[in-house]
Ligand binder design. Structure first.
Ligand code: ZN
Ligand code: ZN
Length: 816
């Protein structure tokens, strides 16, 4: 071997892609289903949405997952790190419309769906490339897409099973409705935004001839008014509760109701109940059995029931119009500004309406307590994340609406009899099926014998696809491997606890009677360099590809590990990346130095007690490092684990040990002394790159190949057995610390005296209390060798000199 085999410069571009290809070609990270010996470790990888670009936030999530996968693999687990793509959904439909310049309704539905599939495949490709470039140890043989018929079959089967269990029903219930997207949306898809908006005060007549002023932000719903509500404690209204109010302009009577949910401080303390202004209206309507008056249609426009002045107007236009009429007719009292929250569609940000429509629901409300119970069994990292889930579950008051009025989604496997209204749910052996175009597998309605059967045209919420992934990864429904279920790890960002984690738990309970995962690993969000959420429209967006291009995967991964505690937001920082890069350069240079000195060394075992004082020091420190890093990784504390390895490598191994043994490994030194140093270097660096391979697998593999491959009988450092921490000797660490501190102080003194570090010195005098004398004598050669001093005098008495940091009783002096 020649030195040129360990180049000075680490070429990450070449080396990273080389190892990525090698690992993949060797199927190094394939999950071995046949292996019944090793314990399994399953990761319920969240299938990303095929957007065409893996953003830095996705990358953070996947980097965390990969840390765990690599660590567990080295700990002897048979790790399942699968990969899928969550294809369906509105964003794809919208993008296809944009790309083609045509609206969905202008297409033949079949053509439109074909385009959605084609674009999805196209958008998956760059994301797959990015995941590989990130060095993720994914088992690519598991890859699946939720839009494939085989996955449809699973989603549809889960629908049928839940229907048969009585947990899915079809009913007319008010749902959150986006008038722009013209579809029902789940509560998790409603985004509440705080806005200032006008609060209108206007008069209602009361049947006893008096007047009552009510306050509302939505006067356009006047024709939908079915009641007036006040607080029962409110003295102002005590005498009119139970009487009827007369709706202005429309002149019909509605009851005046007393309910504790009315806030007497809001407006006048009297409010309209409309069908429907908000969720409270839905509750009150059910509670007081009020009639239904629907005046807004599915496009968000006012119907004829709103009166001929408003018909066809949008809610905002109707509001303006009705306010002017109220004013003209003398009903309007005043207008104030109020801060309130408005529910909007997550996708298009249009304010939502609440309208009743026949939909399919999953009975999630009755499962709420069970969800809270199962959530307690899950280990949440960080532990406070569970609170987010609990708050969400406690805030829910409607069942999950699982039907959508869209195209690109899994079809609902249901037919209807047009004659008797019978609902015919598909049989499992009909699946996959698309009732929008496929005939049912029966000729006649089993109830009435009619042949007039029609397919359901609504489709399933995308979360119905993706909330069974843990079970699918475990082989459900055909070859469920109980070892893999529930999944060991569920990794995701805190922004989707209320969707991803919640839906997985609720589906797990509904289908299998238990949660689908044991540990939830929650990551924070990546913020821009300005500290705001990273967003293209904020101009603080950073492309992952740009980062990988400039720095490579290892630098990015190490930065992810060290940038913030698990679960906290990470602020993007080019300086942070530079720091990671400097560390890896340091590691490369140190490895190159070690390579040079041990390239002819044939490793053989050495007894620890024969090692020299500084060998014992660094060896014991490296064992302590293994112990600490293992503990940190068991706790998913990547930041501490990575920082400890960096600190050890940079500030113990490179700054001190390598400097202090240079004299031993060069020239004609004592052969034994040299061998001990080589042995220690060999062991310690191997330990370092083993631990580091979790975070920076490419550079670790490259160093392994150059120095260790010929002796260590394994294919790759990334599947090397995780080192078991040997018992380390704290006393040896403390003894070494003294010598290292003395050497460091002498080097500073030499520097301050403007003597080149490699220049020989006449003598060094060390004044020390008796307790250190023997120890200093033991390290005498290291001191003289490192400082290039002809003699070192150790005096057990007081003398004038430079105080040694951390060991104030020891003083040093250089004599030229
Ligand atoms: Zn929308
Ligand atoms: Zn029938």
């Amino acid at each position: 071997m020649s030195l040129s085999e360990f180049p000075k410069r680490y070429n990450f571009k070449e080396i990273e892609s080389k190892w990525q290809k090698t690992w993949e070609n060797k199927h190094l990270y394939y999950f071995d289903r046949k292996d019944k010996q090793k314990p399994t470790y399953t990761i319920d990888t969240p299938p990303p949405y095929p957007s065409g670009e893996l953003h830095v936030g996705n990358a953070l999530n996947f980097t965390y997952i990969d840390f765990v996968a690599r660590y567990k693999r080295m700990r002897g687990f048979n790790v399942l790190f699968p990969q899928g793509w969550d294809c369906h959904g509105l964003p794809t439909e919208v993008r296809v419309e944009k790309q083609t310049g045509k609206k969905k309704s202008e297409f033949d539905p079949e053509d439109f769906l074909r385009l959605c599939r084609e674009y999805t495949l196209k958008w998956i490709e760059p994301m797959r490339i990015a995941l590989k470039a990130l060095g993720c140890s994914i088992d690519w043989s598991t890859e699946y897409r939720t839009m494939d018929p085989e996955y449809w079959r699973k989603t549809q089967l889960s629908f049928i099973e839940l229907y048969r269990k009585g947990l899915i029903y079809r009913g007319e219930h008010p749902v959150n409705w986006c008038p722009r997207c013209e579809t029902a949306i789940a509560e998790a898809e409603v985004e509440y935004v705080e806005v200032n908006r006008p609060l209108y005060y206007f008069k209602f007549g009361v049947e006893d001839g008096s007047w009552i002023t009510i306050a509302s932000t939505r006067p356009e719903l006047l024709a939908a008014c079915v009641g007036v509500a006040v607080n029962p404690e409110d003295e102002r209204y005590k005498n009119i509760v139970g009487k009827k109010a007369i709706v202005p302009l429309y002149n019909y009577k509605v009851p005046i109701i007393a309910d504790n949910d009315v806030d007497p401080e809001f407006g006048t303390g009297a409010v309209m109940i409309c069908t429907f202004g908000d969720k409270t209206d839905v509750k009150w309507r059910a509670k007081y059995k009020l009639p239904l008056r629907i005046i807004i249609n599915e496009k968000g426009l006012m119907t004829s029931k709103a009166g001929k002045e408003l018909i066809g107007l949008s809610a905002a236009q109707a509001r303006k119009k009705i306010v002017s009429i109220l004013k003209e007719k003398g009903y309007l009292v005043k207008v104030e500004s109020v801060r309130s929250s408005v529910g909007t569609c997550w996708r298009c940000h249009t304010p939502i309406e609440i309208i009743p429509r026949k939909q399919w629901f999953l009975k999630t409300i009755k499962l709420a307590n069970k969800v809270l119970e199962e959530a307690k069994k899950i280990k949440w990292i960080p532990s406070y994340s569970r609170k987010r889930l609990e708050d969400w579950v406690n805030s829910l008051d409607w069942d999950w609406v699982i039907s959508r009025q869209r195209l690109f989604a899994t079809p609902i496997p249901v037919y209807y009899c047009k004659d008797c209204g019978n609902v015919i749910v598909a049989e499992p052996d009909w699946l996959p099926i698309d009732p929008r175009k496929d005939r049912p597998k029966i000729e006649k309605c089993p109830k009435c014998g009619s042949r007039n059967l029609v397919g359901e045209t609504d489709v399933l919420d995308t979360w119905m696809d993706s909330s069974i992934t843990a079970a699918v990864h475990a082989g459900w429904p055909d070859k469920m491997d109980e070892r893999l279920f529930p999944a060991d790890l569920q990794p995701n960002g805190y922004d989707i606890i209320r969707t991803w984690d919640y839906y997985l738990i609720v589906r797990g309970i509904a289908l299998f009677g238990k949660t689908q995962f044991k540990t939830a690993l929650i990551n924070g969000m990546v913020r821009g360099t300005d500290g705001r959420m990273m967003h293209k429209s904020y101009g603080n967006y950073i492309s992952l590809l740009e980062v990988l291009e400039k720095y490579g995967a290892d630098v990015f991964r190490l930065w992810v590990a060290t940038a913030a505690a698990t679960g906290s937001d990470v602020r993007f920082s080019w300086e942070g990346l530079d720091y990671s890069k400097r560390f890896l350069t340091k590691l490369w240079n140190a490895s190159r130095f070690i390579y040079m000195v041990i390239k002819d060394y044939i490793p053989r075992e050495v007894n620890y007690k024969d090692l020299k004082i500084l060998d014992k020091w660094i060896y014991s420190l490296s064992q302590r490092l293994v112990d600490e890093v293992t503990r940190d990784l068991e706790n998913f504390d990547f930041m501490n684990a990575a920082n400890k390895i960096i600190d050890f490598t940079w500030h113990k191994l490179c700054d001190h040990y390598l400097e202090a043994i240079k004299y031993r490994v060069s020239g004609n030194n004592n052969a034994k002394d040299k061998e001990y140093a080589l042995y220690t270097l060999y062991k310690v660096l191997l330990n370092v790159i083993t631990l580091l391979s979790v975070f920076v697998p490419h550079i670790s593999e490259e160093i392994f190949k150059k120095i260790y491959k010929k002796y260590e009988r394994i294919d790759s450092i990334t599947i090397r057995e995780w080192p078991k921490p040997e018992s380390f000797n704290e006393e040896d660490i403390e003894r070494g610390n003294v010598i290292v501190s003395v050497i460091a102080e002498l080097r500073r003194e030499k520097h301050d005296l403007r003597i080149p570090l490699n220049a020989p010195l006449q003598s060094i005098i060390i004044y020390s209390p008796v307790k250190y004398v023997e120890l200093l004598n033991e390290g005498k050669n290291d001191i003289s060798g490192t400082l290039r001093a002809k003699e070192v005098l150790i005096m057990s008495k007081y003398g004038e000199g430079r105080i040694v940091e951390n060991y104030n009783e020891i003083k040093i002096k250089i004599v030229q």
